[in-house]
Design a protein around this ligand. Structure first.
Ligand SMILES: *[C@@H]1O[C@H](CO)[C@@H](O)[C@H](O)[C@H]1NC(C)=O
Ligand SMILES: *[C@@H]1O[C@H](CO)[C@@H](O)[C@H](O)[C@H]1NC(C)=O
Ligand SMILES: *[C@@H]1O[C@H](CO)[C@@H](O)[C@H](O)[C@H]1NC(C)=O
Ligand SMILES: *[C@@H]1O[C@H](CO)[C@@H](O)[C@H](O)[C@H]1NC(C)=O
Ligand SMILES: *[C@@H]1O[C@H](CO)[C@@H](O)[C@H](O)[C@H]1NC(C)=O
Ligand SMILES: *[C@@H]1O[C@H](CO)[C@@H](O)[C@H](O)[C@H]1NC(C)=O
Ligand SMILES: *[C@@H]1O[C@H](CO)[C@@H](O)[C@H](O)[C@H]1NC(C)=O
Length: 545
């Protein structure tokens, strides 16, 4: 087996051609038991093996990184919310022991290991990205994801920097435009195109549905209706049509769908919100603070505690008995409407206990929305419980559909124009791309491409104005109120509900305030917050403004 793989790998690299016969691969996004001796030490991600003898790890698909990063014993978990090594090991999806792998070869850094020498930083991304590659270690080893081909000598980085602040967790599987993983699979003849597609699945319900990452195509059974395609545009969020993930959309409305059929908009009239799709982020939505305040006003509910420090770090905590029980619908300017059911954005509080078990507090619901100040708005992984995403690096496009939460799969191979030309000219190629697939980036590229281009200038102006207004307002309103209560414990979130802040202050003055969560033992280093998650990303770099 190994010599054949090596041959394929060399042949692919030498020819620089895709294997036009390769069928799409499917990698499950599912609950994976992290500690072999703890049955309920679950994290949701992609199971993978590294080294020889193999070590089991769990990966998180990461949209913009080119390299894959594997944490070892220096795992940079945030000690103020992750209280022991057990919790850290589970939340990171197990830790690599390089010294125990006979096939591991150390390199000075990720570039020397054969990976991408830099990880580009764009506005909005984790600030620590700027020096992740230059500070990190590198190495190569056998790498195998969910039983697909063993990639021998696969280059990966080992972080030596607390670059992500620890809450995004799991080892990032880089799926960026020059992804070492996608390139390696293509060079090994396993992929005919560098396309990846993602459905996060449905969790926290009686009948959970696993998600999946499909490579080289998409899962037809998991999509409904028309597709919407737009160009990938990498860049800074501000002043450009780009995003650090390459995927910018414009939200024209967000409606709360009450059980009695009423719909109420979270949007101020005549606004639009530019937003980056960031499937690795742990929530549904990060949006200006006013959206959370409007949520409280419309639903007549308020968080009863400071934001979550659990797996849904920075979510808002509500009492399950009175929490809003309706759905939420996003209207994108392209015409796509995505309705996220209540169960997928108001799940029970979930965390990893000291003993490594995943535990729920079902009497508490987490609203998976956080406020941001002057950071870009994002749609995170829970958007992909209800939307299906396909990214095509060769065609430079991304495509969205409504997701169909089906347990069945029907993988469809997609080959872009460039690859299909290569395949046509390649005498070894036997299979031609279907007309449908080849037509797809052209035909539907117009669909949201047009509306994005048309709307972007006007909307950008409105959005900028809204941002500056809110930033100003936020600074003056919320920051001071809650600070006293928070200095008692760790408040990982940016949003401070005015109602909760007032209640906490009153309780404090009456002497009845008590910290509902366990404190981190002997050194309760309080977080400092500036009223936005921005400060958090900056802390990841170890250099606060
Ligand atoms: C992509 O990454 C490889 C290393 O993995 C590097 O050799 C190559 O130059 C990169 N391509 C581009 C376009 O930067
Ligand atoms: C990925 O590699 C491409 C090609 O070299 C580069 O343009 C891009 O900036 C890289 N992305 C990141 C996040 O480093
Ligand atoms: C990968 O995981 C999926 C879902 O669990 C499974 O159906 C499939 O057979 C696996 N593929 C391989 C090659 O192991
Ligand atoms: C709490 O919620 C989780 C996730 O939905 C579920 O698996 C569990 O059975 C619930 N526990 C109780 C006691 O209802
Ligand atoms: C929420 O309601 C309060 C009280 O009516 C009001 O002062 C505030 O402006 C409202 N907030 C938003 C964002 O609508
Ligand atoms: C871990 O601790 C939690 C909370 O104390 C408990 O419910 C759970 O049963 C424990 N798990 C194991 C495997 O002991
Ligand atoms: C996307 O939509 C276009 C135009 O409606 C259609 O021709 C194409 O087949 C669709 N592509 C996929 C991958 O479903």
């Amino acid at each position: 087996m190994i010599p054949l793989l090596v041959f394929l790998s060399l042949a692919g690299t030498a020819l620089g051609l895709p294997n036009c016969d390769a069928e799409p691969l499917q990698l499950p996004l599912q609950d994976v038991q992290v500690l072999s001796d703890k049955k309920d030490s679950f994290m949701r991600g992609i199971p993978a093996q590294i080294g020889r003898p193999v070590q089991n790890i769990v990966l998180l698909p990461w949209a913009e990184l080119n390299n894959t990063w594997i944490y070892d014993s220096e795992a940079y978990c945030d000690k103020t919310i992750i209280w022991n090594d057990n919790i850290c090991r589970v939340r990171r999806g197990n830790l690599l022991k390089e010294e125990e792998s006979t096939t591991y070869i150390k390199a000075n850094n990720i570039g020397a290991a054969g990976g991408a020498p830099t990880e580009t930083y764009w506005d909005g991304s984790e600030l620590g990205l700027k020096s992740l590659a230059s500070s990190g270690l590198g190495g190569t080893d056998n790498f195998q994801v969910n039983g697909t081909q063993v990639l021998t000598g696969f280059p990966f980085g080992i972080p030596r920097l607390s670059w992500d602040h620890g809450y995004t967790m799991l080892h990032p599987l880089g799926l960026g435009s020059n992804s070492t993983y996608l390139n390696a699979l293509r060079d090994a003849g396993q992929l005919s195109s560098r396309i990846w597609s993602l459905f996060w699945g449905r969790m926290w319900v009686d009948e959970p549905v696993d998600g999946s990452l499909v490579l080289g195509g998409y899962d037809e059974n998991k999509v409904i209706g028309q597709n919407y395609t737009a160009p990938l545009n990498f860049g800074d969020f501000k002043g450009s049509s780009g995003c650090w993930t390459g995927m910018k959309v414009t939200i024209s409305d967000i409606k709360l769908n009450f059980r009695d059929g009423r719909d109420k908009s979270l949007f101020p009239p005549n606004t639009a919100l530019s937003c980056c799709l960031v499937p690795q982020r742990q929530l549904l939505l990060e949006a200006p603070f006013s959206y959370l305040e409007t949520f409280e006003n419309i639903t007549q509910t308020s968080p009863f505690d400071s934001p979550s420090y659990g797996l849904h770090w920075s979510a808002q905590l509500f009492d399950a008995k009175t929490a809003f029980d309706g759905d939420i619908t996003f209207s994108l300017s392209s015409g796509l409407e995505i309705r996220v059911p209540n169960s997928q954005y108001m799940p029970p509080f979930v965390d990893i206990e000291r003993n490594g078990s995943r535990i729920f507090k079902n009497e508490t619901r987490e609203l998976l929305i956080n406020g941001v100040d002057n950071q870009p708005a994002t749609l995170g992984r829970y958007f992909f419980t209800s939307a299906y995403l396909m990214v095509d690096h060769d065609a430079g496009t991304f495509t969205l559909w409504k997701a169909n939460p089906s347990k069945t799969s029907k993988l469809v191979k997609v080959t872009d124009l460039k690859t299909s030309t290569q395949c046509t000219n390649n005498p070894a190629a036997t299979e031609q791309p279907t007309e449908e697939a080849a037509a797809q980036p052209r035909a539907s590229g117009a669909v949201i491409g047009g509306s994005v281009a048309g709307g972007v200038v006007g909307l950008a102006l409105i959005v900028l104005a809204v941002f500056f207004f809110l930033r100003h307002k936020q600074r003056s309103n919320n920051v001071e109120d809650a600070s006293r209560a928070e200095s008692l414990g760790h408040s990982p979130g940016g949003y401070k509900s005015p109602v909760y802040a007032q209640a906490a202050k009153d309780n404090w003055q009456r002497g009845s305030y008590h910290v509902p969560q366990e404190l981190p033992g002997s050194n309760p280093v309080p977080f400092e917050f500036e009223g936005s998650t921005q400060s958090v990303y900056e802390m990841g770099d170890g250099q606060r403004k």
